[in-house]
Design a protein around this ligand. Sequence first.
Ligand SMILES: *[C@@H]1O[C@H](CO)[C@@H](O)[C@H](O)[C@H]1NC(C)=O
Ligand SMILES: *[C@@H]1O[C@H](CO)[C@@H](O)[C@H](O)[C@H]1NC(C)=O
Ligand SMILES: *[C@@H]1O[C@H](CO)[C@@H](O)[C@H](O)[C@H]1NC(C)=O
Ligand SMILES: *[C@@H]1O[C@H](CO)[C@@H](O)[C@H](O)[C@H]1NC(C)=O
Ligand SMILES: *[C@@H]1O[C@H](CO)[C@@H](O)[C@H](O)[C@H]1NC(C)=O
Ligand SMILES: *[C@@H]1O[C@H](CO)[C@@H](O)[C@H](O)[C@H]1NC(C)=O
Length: 413
Amino acid sequence: MQQRKYLVLLFFSVILLFQTSNGHNITRLLAKHPSLSTFNHYLTLTHLAPEINRRTTITVLALDNSAMSSLLAKKPSIYTLKNILYLHVLLDYFGARKLHQITNGTALAATMFQATGVAPGVAGFVNITDFKGGKVGFGAEDNGGSLDSFFVKSVEEIPYNISVIQISKALPSAVAEAPTPGPSELNITRIMSAHGCKVFADTLLANPEAMGTYEDNVNGGLTVFCPLDDPFKAFLPKYKNLTAARKASFLEFFGIPVYQSLSMLKSNNGIMNTLATDGASKFDFTVQNEGEEVTLKTKVNTVKITGTLIDEEPVAIYTIDKVLMPKELFKAAPTPAPAPAPEEAADAPKGSKSKSKSKSKSKAAPTPESDSPADSPDSDPADLTADDNAAVSFRGGRFAAVGLSFLLVFLLL
Ligand SMILES: *[C@@H]1O[C@H](CO)[C@@H](O)[C@H](O)[C@H]1NC(C)=O
Ligand SMILES: *[C@@H]1O[C@H](CO)[C@@H](O)[C@H](O)[C@H]1NC(C)=O
Ligand SMILES: *[C@@H]1O[C@H](CO)[C@@H](O)[C@H](O)[C@H]1NC(C)=O
Ligand SMILES: *[C@@H]1O[C@H](CO)[C@@H](O)[C@H](O)[C@H]1NC(C)=O
Ligand SMILES: *[C@@H]1O[C@H](CO)[C@@H](O)[C@H](O)[C@H]1NC(C)=O
Ligand SMILES: *[C@@H]1O[C@H](CO)[C@@H](O)[C@H](O)[C@H]1NC(C)=O
């Protein structure tokens, strides 16, 4: 009997181990701290969060909202910001206690910036020094020896895996702050104009509201499906017939707030929300492979992707052979025998994400709630779908594991 109890105990610890081996989630850890919400928001925006989640034995030097404001005031591109934030992830575990017990009072820590290979020489190392009186200073090693950012407090510690500590201000580093050319220099309408979508580009340029929405999404991820000139020209009378609000929605319908390479589109068949998606106004379409081709469908019509104008994360622009028509604005042409639309069934699984608009807003002014799990405006449709599935299967696995353990307990006792 005693032996069995040990077995049960052992089994439970194995289960426990199994469950926690999924590791930490920096987004979730930081979500508990509203004063770090901007920092958290930018970890997501720069796609740093998953890289942090993949690593263990690391320390994240978090900045509060006011320290982030000072950093953002310099208007770094998202790429520069990524390098700067890379410098704030140390590839070693420094809990509050270890910080104050550094041998000889000073240490150099390698960072993710150094690990990217972008940083030359000592750039990418952070000097940590214990000062008299228990103050701990931090400075980028390429910063001429000045240590003017200080340990504020420990935020979260998962011993030996991840430590999140708050420091007083961003670590200045000329190398990390060097302007990194990014997509913000991309002129999407110029690219479209030069490659067969001039009419669409001009129409977009003439509509500041829609143009603004596209621009807001360029840095965080944007895929555009631009109708070629001939079909769009033929469509113009219908477009001009729309009210001003509908014109903007219609133009926004050709962009999705997420980067999708062609191969991603091929493997991500399903409903896509667009830049026009807003609450009850779905303005979505279905991506579906037809052999080697990728088609976009609404209840009104189906179009084909015919070419790639640019495909460099975070921006992709494809041409489409016809003008895709949202069912919110146009009626399906009456067909003699209306076949059951395949979209109908596909409509069901996703309903609760229509945040492309608030997405662009939240980028302009990150707010604490924008990082809350219940309402994650930054998750693009595809991400959200994938995450949902992951969460579901993870939870499923967990329940299965717990169920299994109960069964075993029952059998053993
Ligand atoms: C720490 O990371 C290891 C993987 O390196 C994992 O197995 C373990 O469960 C993690 N511990 C916690 C408390 O998350
Ligand atoms: C600490 O300082 C002593 C004496 O200055 C030196 O011998 C030792 O190598 C130092 N240790 C480290 C880890 O730097
Ligand atoms: C860190 O910087 C301080 C001050 O510039 C310097 O005295 C110390 O030697 C540096 N530590 C290391 C490990 O380089
Ligand atoms: C982008 O290109 C268009 C021409 O397609 C031009 O009218 C516009 O001014 C350009 N925008 C910027 C920011 O350079
Ligand atoms: C414009 O709208 C009117 C009224 O809704 C409609 O009768 C007309 O056919 C439309 N014109 C085009 C070109 O769609
Ligand atoms: C981490 O947590 C956030 C917020 O709770 C969630 O959106 C995201 O899917 C999680 N990531 C992983 C890899 O579990």
